[in-house]
Design a protein around this ligand. Structure first.
Ligand SMILES: COC(=O)COc1cccc(COC(=O)c2cn[nH]c2)c1
Length: 242
């Protein structure tokens, strides 16, 4: 998979080169190219924004600069691309979104700042490629860069070879529609707190049951919306205690 990011703060994307993801890039499992939007300005001030039509606070990012930047970035590789624009006004980004995007040959991320990018940039792009305006949560950031770090990590970890042990991607939180329950490791007792007996029993059935109970309990407590969204047949008789 090739990932391109267009931003006025390329340095914000430096963490993509670290750790697991950095190794995946070095191994050629994923290619990442970060582009400075200002490279496509032609004025001495390298202006990327202007006042909003209709008035109101803040500035809007200019369509001409974004248009030239996306044209150039898209032309750099013949693989078909999906354009992703992080925005508080977007559809929710979920694990299912990451799963779907993991099958893409190419993702191009456009990082908005200020009050956003002129809508015509998104509308014009949508005429020639799939475009997703997505939100990573109901809060407002200063720019899309941090959201891109979140989404790239969520997608890249699903790519074959990126994670050491692929099984954990399947057994993710949300993969069965429930939150992950508590996890424990050595020592057996720590500051007077012990590990639940069942986990040391060696009874795999009892352990699986205990883990599911804890996941159901936590989901009912923290995310009742997820529980309500489960398909009817997802819960067996033993589950219905929650
Ligand atoms: C067409 O889309 C745009 O113009 C996007 O423009 C902006 C403007 C300000 C901030 C951002 C960054 O995204 C978020 O704040 C965000 C994403 N998820 N939750 C919060 C993006």
């Amino acid at each position: 998979m090739r990932i391109d990011v267009v931003t006025i703060f390329p340095g914000y994307l430096a963490p993509l080169r670290e750790a697991l993801l950095g190794r995946a890039i070095e191994a050629g499992l994923v290619e990442v190219a970060v582009h400075d939007l200002r490279d496509w300005t032609h004025d001495v001030h390298q202006a990327v924004d202007d006042a909003p039509y209709g008035g109101g606070p803040g500035m809007v990012m200019k369509p001409q600069v974004w248009g030239e930047a996306l044209d150039a970035v898209l032309a750099a590789d013949e693989r078909p691309a999906r354009l992703v624009v992080p925005t508080p006004a977007g559809r929710p980004f979920r694990q299912s979104t990451a799963q779907a995007w993991a099958g893409e040959q190419r993702l191009v991320f456009a990082c908005g700042r200020y009050e956003g990018i002129d809508q015509r940039v998104v509308d014009e792009a949508a005429a020639r490629m799939p475009v997703d305006e997505v939100s990573i949560g109901d809060y407002v950031l200063v720019g899309g860069e941090v959201a891109v770090l979140v989404m790239v990590e969520a997608v890249a970890r699903l790519l074959p070879g990126v994670l050491g042990n692929p099984v954990s991607a399947e057994q993710d939180s949300f993969s069965d529609g429930l939150l992950e329950g508590p996890a424990y490791t050595r020592p057996l007792t720590w500051r007077g707190l012990s590990v639940p007996e069942v986990l040391r029993s060696g009874h795999h059935g009892a352990i699986a049951r205990w883990r599911r109970d804890r996941a159901l309990e936590r989901t009912a407590d923290r995310r009742p919306d997820l529980l309500a969204a489960l398909p009817a047949d997802a819960l067996d008789a033993a589950d219905r205690a929650f």
